[in-house]
Ligand binder design. Structure first.
Ligand SMILES: O=C(O)c1cc(=O)[nH]c(=O)n1[C@@H]1O[C@H](COP(=O)(O)O)[C@@H](O)[C@H]1O
Length: 232
């Protein structure tokens, strides 16, 4: 796989027109795209199908978190939609993940099932405030282990935790990392971040990148600059 195919462009737009304006300039053989809560709530499955008909592999990022039966059904719906990757929150527990995986395994083809460990917008203080004292890295490692044992194909984590998760979970466990910022780029609400190049070096398989591309004056040039930074 070329380094550029490692990039998943987060289509966090308010309208289909804005998303399409960028997507029409992207090469589906060079990157993947992510549809998250905002765009999916506005445009729904029809927009995902439109992306797929243009040749894009779609990461459906709805971060399911509910009782096992409900999450299993939602994952089956994602599989029916034909998406490449779907995610859930590992904090929903082992039985929720096992139910999702079991339902997907009964289907003729299924998306990669990925679990969110700890949102990249959270730091130690945020964790403590919601009753989970301790280091973010420790919590990520524990959740990744739980998720792997319950049947996940991989996890979403910050690139800061990628090397430790890779060491603990082995080479075949997929590491999807948002919290990626080119040197000097605005962090926005992200807290646990690394540059694209450092994230890859730390062992990330997929780099999820949104605003550094979508909010750039020239999004395509921003994407190309990130791709170039991965080659050098
Ligand atoms: O699951 C995700 O994709 C995700 C998990 C996480 O912990 N942090 C995180 O930022 N994301 C998503 O990754 C994208 C990052 O976007 P930017 O911060 O604009 O690069 C957003 O669409 C988030 O919803």
């Amino acid at each position: 796989m070329t380094p550029s195919k490692r990039i998943i462009v987060a289509l966090d737009f308010a309208t289909e027109a804005e998303a399409l304006a960028l997507v029409e300039r992207l090469d589906p053989t060079g990157c993947r795209v992510k549809v998250g809560k905002e765009l999916f709530t506005r445009c729904g499955p029809v927009f995902v199908e439109k992306l797929q008909s243009c040749g894009f592999e779609v990461f459906l990022d709805l971060k399911f978190h509910d009782i096992p039966n409900t999450v299993a059904g939602a994952c089956a719906a994602a599989a029916d939609l034909g998406v490449w990757m779907v995610n859930l929150h590992i904090s929903g527990g082992a039985r929720m993940i096992e139910a999702a995986r079991a339902r997907l395994d009964r289907m003729s083809s299924r998306p990669l099932l990925i679990g969110v460990t700890l949102l990249t917008s959270l730091n130690r203080e945020d964790l403590s405030a919601v009753g989970c004292p301790g280091e973010p890295g420790e919590r990520v490692l524990a959740l990744a282990a739980l998720g792997h044992a319950a049947g996940l194909d991989g996890v979403v984590c910050s690139p800061l935790e990628a090397a430790a998760v890779r060491a603990a979970q082995g080479p075949d466990f997929r590491l999807v990392t948002p919290g990626v910022r080119p040197a000097g780029a605005s962090l926005g609400d992200q807290v646990r971040v690394m540059t694209p190049r450092d994230a890859l070096a730390a062992g990330a398989d997929d780099l999820v990148i949104g605003r550094p591309i979508t909010e750039a004056d020239d999004p395509l040039a921003a994407l190309r600059a990130i791709e170039d930074s991965l080659m050098t």
